[in-house]
Design a protein around this ligand. Sequence first.
Ligand SMILES: Cc1ncc(COP(=O)(O)O)c(C=O)c1O
Length: 433
Amino acid sequence: MTRPLRLSEQSLRTTDSPITELIYTAMRDRSLISLAAGLVDEETLPTAAVAQAVAAVLADPSLGRAALQYGTTAGLGSLRLALAQRLAGDFTQQPTAAAPLADALAARCIITSGSQQLLYLVSEALIDPGDIVITESPSYFVYHGVIESFGARVLGVPMDHEGMSTTALAELLAELERAGQLHRVKLIYTVDYFQNPTGLSLSASRRVELLRLAQQYSRDGRILILEDAAYRDLRYDGSDLPSILSLPGGEEYVVYAGTFSKPCSPGLKTGYGFLPADLHEPILHLKGNHDFGSSNLSQYIVAHLLQSGAFDQHLEHLRTTYRRKRDAMLEALTETFADCPAVQWNQPAGGLYVWLEFTDGTRTGPDSPLFRAARQAGVLVVPGEFCHVTTDQDRPRHQLRLSFGVADPPRLREGVRRLGQAYAQVTKQLQTV
Ligand SMILES: Cc1ncc(COP(=O)(O)O)c(C=O)c1O
């Protein structure tokens, strides 16, 4: 007889991401058009540049041996410095000031196995069961799962075209204070550039206000802002916004998370974080327990791509490709839903996502007629309710996340056309009910 397995409480609180099944479905059946997965476009993956980087690293025997050996827990020094030099531009445009700043930033930088590992480590370092993490709603649902696995509550703050509503955030913090719960708030999580799933960015003035609120409500202990900049490099229009980290006082309050998965290659699985000085050592200790350092070879490759200029060249190519794909999706939406004022969507200036809303209340959940009709028509989409906080009973159920990451422009157009067909079928059915 098999004896019962005694899983830890954390394991029991941990579930699979709701979109894993959608991703596998698309992999199994190539005739399906996936507007669901937030994966990068395979055609853009920089095979030649990475081949050159690998060859260059391994051609030098001492460099090659170092790359194939274990590295340090914090990560490759030259890579941390290169990242710090890039981020220093947020703080100052003056080269004389940038150099010492970059050194200081590099000392607080850690390289991780994707930014997902950084999100996990920060949560592990800060969260106890019963704590609270505040996020945008909707937001990056995979991270909601991490928070919940630590036994914390996720509280959502609504968004508008400027990103997280700081008015609603202020109200929530005041309410938590009145309820004697402020001490439980450890983190405010924001994906502040071209958010997954909405494509929205936090405006410059809201960045200032968000930091001010974190400072104001840190009365019972510091409330940190976890600034997840995963999509920052994927900007197609307009100019970059400075990070919250770079605002006055930001260094004490902000954890900045970045990644090479979206702007380069998820296969390198290399992310990074800039941490408040007093969080750096606790995170290193935890990472020591996890893996005592991320893939050293990947780090040498990324460092070479940055230093040779190949990364910046690749970014230019990527921006052109994704801009074209975004435009193809937006044009197809305009054509398909021209006569449907109840279908609305945003025009993201970057990232990989378009957020669609059915103001006539059409349901989009995994068991909804629309989702099923879309699946039958051969297109996969992500139900918006997956992206809202799971404990919120009132979460909206009439939204969809569409990604222009994977499919090429003709398939994006065809995918949107099939979605339109599904919507027409469902709404016609509804009218006759
Ligand atoms: C908002 C956001 N943050 C973090 C990640 C984690 O990516 P990675 O671990 O590959 O850097 C993702 C992946 O999709 C994401 O969408």
